[in-house]
Design a protein around this ligand. Structure first.
Ligand code: FAD
Length: 256
């Protein structure tokens, strides 16, 4: 199978990159083909701006979704975006490796999503989204290193539950364009990493890589699965009545 790792850490000697390489080595040893998009090494341009839309005239208003749609239709998306889209289309699974920065992805990775998930690729796929869309049939997984302790991210933790913090990434950035999203692999309290823990973490990552194509995805509810009122796209009353409140309402554990 083909695996793309999108990697967002500025230092090749970091823990995050070392763990990314453990994953890549394991996948290659198992016979998978692996490509790595190392965003800092590529000097990835994170900001969406006029340079992305060569068809716009100098005084034309830039409406990013419209400009993105026009560029895709005219075949004028920039080469860096097209290269990344080709890698994603090549991949059967995409792994996102990054440190948690301000409770989210580093800006360079957000900028990769902003630009690579262009109109007709990440969104505006004829109404297909959340469990359908251009990237349906592919798997995606987050591998994240975190400074705080696991308890800070528990159900009662001050930072909020990790599944809630990752919901905009897993459900919004990944499930929306169609991926089957796998449970994340999270490394907490990274400043307390020592050799013994690194070896144990590496062992767990190798195990996760071995199950990349068999582990059950997070059981998000597909938009077209019958759980939502058609146009409003809110949960049907009878489902909402027994579902938990908040992000967890969009999980259906019977799908596990
Ligand atoms: P590194 O600093 O590279 O390494 C961490 C430790 O692992 C070091 O002790 C190092 O010696 C050891 N190590 C590295 N490589 C190896 C190896 N190969 N073998 C054995 N040991 C090794 N944290 C939060 O909890 N929530 C936040 O919202 C948050 N926001 C942040 C925002 C910013 C802008 C920044 C800079 C940090 C933030 N942090 C936050 C902390 C951040 O999540 C951690 O700094 C990050 O996870 C550490 O990963 P790293 O790869 O940079 O680790």
């Amino acid at each position: 199978m083909n695996v793309l790792i999108v990697s967002a850490h500025p230092d090749p000697a970091s823990l995050t990159v070392a763990l990314r390489d453990v994953a890549a080595d394991q996948l290659r040893a198992a016979g998978h083909a692996v490509q790595v998009s190392d965003l800092y090494a590529m000097n990835w341009k994170a900001a969406v701006d006029r340079a992305d839309f060569l068809h716009l005239t100098a005084d034309e208003q830039m409406r990013p979704p419209v400009a993105s749609m026009q560029a895709a239709a005219a075949g004028t998306l920039t080469r860096d975006v097209l290269d990344e889209q080709e890698k994603v289309l090549w991949a059967d699974a995409v792994i996102f490796s990054f440190p948690l920065w301000w409770f989210s992805v580093p800006a360079i990775l957000k900028g990769w999503i902003d630009r690579v998930w262009s109109s007709g690729f990440g969104y505006q796929n004829g109404g297909e989204r959340y469990g359908a869309g251009r990237l349906a049939g592919k798997r995606a997984m987050v591998m994240v290193t975190i400074g705080g302790r696991e308890s800070h991210y528990s159900d009662r933790g001050i930072n909020g539950p990790i599944d809630d913090l990752l919901f905009p990434i897993n459900h919004g950035m990944l499930y929306y364009p169609g991926f089957d999203v796998l449970p994340p692999y999270v490394v907490y309290r990274t400043d307390r990493m020592d050799e013994a823990r690194f070896q144990e973490t590496s062992r767990e990552i190798r195990e996760r890589m071995a199950s990349l194509f068999t582990i059950a995805p997070i059981p998000f509810r597909p938009q077209a699965g019958g759980d939502y009122v058609d146009k409003l796209v809110e949960l049907k009353e009878e489902i909402a009545a027994t579902a938990p409140r908040g992000f967890a309402a969009h999980l259906d554990h019977r799908r596990t």
